[in-house]
Design a protein around this ligand. Structure first.
Ligand code: NAP
Length: 314
């Protein structure tokens, strides 16, 4: 049997997520070969290095796909250039800085006949699919999301995260919303948003949100970047027949009430699953751009009751 050749990939933005997750997963999953990088400051041994995306596209015409691991503020221009060059494009989360620009990318990808994949890595955490299957067909009666982490530990020196489009605490918070919108068997809408914005910054350091299902069941979310000590990434969903709790960002699951479902961890990382899915989408000629988590964050800004809080200094 003939084995399929891996897809030639270029990667832009050699920052934390590229080094921690993308590069190891590209090496492990087999569907791709990393042939070039675009970075203003860095390079990888043995991989063709370019100082920017345009230079990489010009210098490596045989690359078929591009992974964009830069901050969201520069993603649209890069994605537009890559799509115009006929490349399949993988977007880190969040997929952009406005809904309109991501809709525009969808249109460009469709016209170019290439794959656009807006990734939500937390949806690929080990227990998320088990929670989705368990919740299927149940009636949601309530829920709480607690997403509390120390920004100084997880995002040191990342100035872009505090600038417009960086989203502040929604940078991690959107991960919780990506899981929520994946596992719930019904839709929710935002009904209240309180944002705490440091006096010296433009983006929130904390957010308290309330969502409701169409039937009126409340789901409260508490995002906070000032957490010291234990870091908490938990989603608890109550139903008419038991409770499911995802913790550690979806890596663990617990059930109360009705029996739970067993789950088997194949040992793949979130990003291994992302690259498998990207390869599958390219093979099928499909795109995957689910904007539900991004829409809820946009709603949180629109409905915001903003409070100014103590200045944040790193
Ligand atoms: P980061 O460490 O700041 O790296 C981003 C890289 O993008 C920079 O190192 C830089 O690489 C490049 N870049 C290009 N234009 C830039 C600009 N105008 N400002 C700053 N950097 C620019 O950020 P990150 O943590 O990797 O996050 C990147 C994206 O991945 C974000 O959307 C984030 O939400 C997402 N993400 C991050 C994590 C995480 O744990 N950190 C987890 C999941 C998803 P060069 O110097 O090589 O050009």
């Amino acid at each position: 049997m003939q084995t399929k050749a891996p897809v030639s990939l270029g990667l832009a933005g050699l920052g934390k997520i590229a080094r921690d997750e993308h590069i190891p997963s590209i090496g492990r999953t087999g569907g791709f070969v990393l042939d070039a990088t675009a970075s203003r400051n860095a390079s990888l041994e043995g991989v063709a290095a370019y100082s920017g995306l345009e230079q990489m596209l010009a210098g490596e015409p045989d690359i078929a796909a591009v992974a964009l691991c830069t901050p969201p503020q520069v993603r649209f221009a890069m994605a537009q250039a890559a799509l115009a060059a006929g490349k399949h494009v993988l977007l880190e989360k969040p997929p952009g800085v406005t809904l309109s620009e991501v809709h525009e990318l969808e249109r460009l990808a469709l016209n170019a006949g290439v794959t656009l994949y807006a990734t939500w890595h937390s949806r690929h955490a080990a227990c998320v699919d088990t929670a989705r299957r368990w919740l299927d067909g149940r009636t949601i009666t309530g829920g709480q999301i607690t997403w509390k982490e120390d920004v100084t530990h997880w995002h040191p020196g990342q100035d872009w995260i505090w600038e417009p489009g960086g989203m502040g605490v929604f940078d991690p918070g959107i991960n919780a919303l990506s899981i929520l919108t994946e596992v719930l068997p019904c839709s929710v809408r935002l009904v209240r948003s309180r944002l705490e914005v440091p006096a010296n910054r433009s983006q929130p350091i904390a957010a308290q949100l309330r969502f409701e299902t169409t039937a009126g069941a409340p789901i409260e979310a508490d995002f906070d970047w000032r957490q010291k000590g234990e870091q908490i990434w938990t989603i608890r969903i109550e139903t008419d027949a038991g409770i499911v709790t995802l913790s550690e960002g979806g890596a663990r699951i617990a059930f109360a009430g009705d029996p739970g479902l067993p789950f088997e961890d194949d040992g793949a990382s979130e990003y291994d699953r992302i690259y498998r899915r990207f390869a599958g989408l390219i093979e099928k000629g499909a795109s995957d751009v689910d904007l539900a988590p991004f829409r809820h964050v946009a709603d949180a800004y629109m409905l915001a009751d903003v409070t100014s809080v103590a200045a944040f200094e790193e």
